[in-house]
Design a protein around this ligand. Structure first.
Ligand code: GDP
Ligand code: MN
Ligand code: MN
Ligand code: MN
Length: 253
């Protein structure tokens, strides 16, 4: 398998056709996986926003005051308001805002970015509204027919460090289901459902970088999903998400 970044992409602007920008710089194959950083999907979809678009309500003010008291740093209540408006649930409100976005991803600050926002002076970059639909659209606009994955960089509980995760996908199942297959000793696998789109996103992040690299798109070539069942369940239902349920009852001291 090969992983490479697509070179020479410009600063992405609202309305840009990402498919055309990529195909002008890479010969894609139908069995490739194209991984696109959510940052540029958001830019193309006009998801840049200014703080003044989010006048803070009482709840946002309360959240910002609490975060300010804990961190000793100034917190803009309008930012908390933006997080609230992007979210369906605040899972943790201190010492940071951990929320579920409308499309199911759980992340700090609803994935709202304040880096690589782009020139033109916007304050914030919101995640794409429905990233799997974004991936569908990019695929439809391509001449070739690779799978498309929209990625973001995300932290995780239990471990330090961030890595790439998939937040939307098209033309590939999210997971490879090993259940019912056997290990080397003939034991049947009972629980392993491999989140391949996250693994691909992590590989892409290795070559796209996080800073001023200017490489928002990567291609994974000569990798095969193989002969396995697939599923699209990446985001846990709240009912089956016991960590999330436990966090709901937890209070930061
Ligand atoms: P995220 O992981 O989706 O939040 O995206 P990042 O902000 O980490 O950016 C991923 C990569 O894309 C980095 O190499 C950035 O320098 C690059 N990047 C971000 N925006 C643009 C853009 O508009 N044009 C180009 N060419 N690169 C960009
Ligand atoms: Mn991001
Ligand atoms: Mn990143
Ligand atoms: Mn193992």
């Amino acid at each position: 398998m090969n992983v490479f970044a697509v070179p020479g992409l410009p600063e992405v602007r609202p309305g840009d056709d990402l498919a055309a920008l990529v195909e002008a710089r890479a010969d894609l194959r139908d069995d490739d996986v194209l991984l696109v950083a959510s940052t540029v999907v958001s830019k193309a979809e006009g998801r840049r926003a200014d703080l003044e678009e989010f006048p803070a309500g009482p709840r946002a003010k309360e959240l910002a005051e609490r975060l300010e008291a804990i961190s000793g740093e100034q917190k803009d209540p309008r930012f908390a308001q933006a997080v609230l408006e992007e979210s369906t649930e605040i899972i943790m409100e201190a010492p940071f805002l951990l929320t579920a976005t409308k499309f199911g991803h759980v992340g700090v600050n609803a994935g709202i970015d304040r880096s690589n926002v782009g020139d033109g002076g916007a304050d914030l970059l919101l995640l794409p509204e429905r990233p799997s639909e974004s991936a569908d659209r990019i695929r439809e606009n391509l001449e070739s027919d690779p799978a498309v994955v929209v990625t973001d960089t995300s932290g995780r509980p239990f471990r330090h460090g961030q890595r790439g995760v998939a937040i939307g996908w098209s033309g590939i199942p999210a997971s490879r289901d090993w259940r019912g297959e056997t290990d080397r000793d003939g034991h049947e696998l009972e629980v392993t459902v491999e989140a391949v789109v996250d693994e691909l996103a992590a590989a892409a992040n290795l070559v796209t970088g996080e800073g001023d690299d200017g490489l928002p798109v990567a291609v994974v070539r000569d990798w095969e999903f193989g002969n396995h069942e697939g599923s699209d369940n990446l985001y846990r239902d709240v009912d089956g998400d016991f960590v999330r349920q436990a966090l709901r009852g937890w209070e930061f001291a």
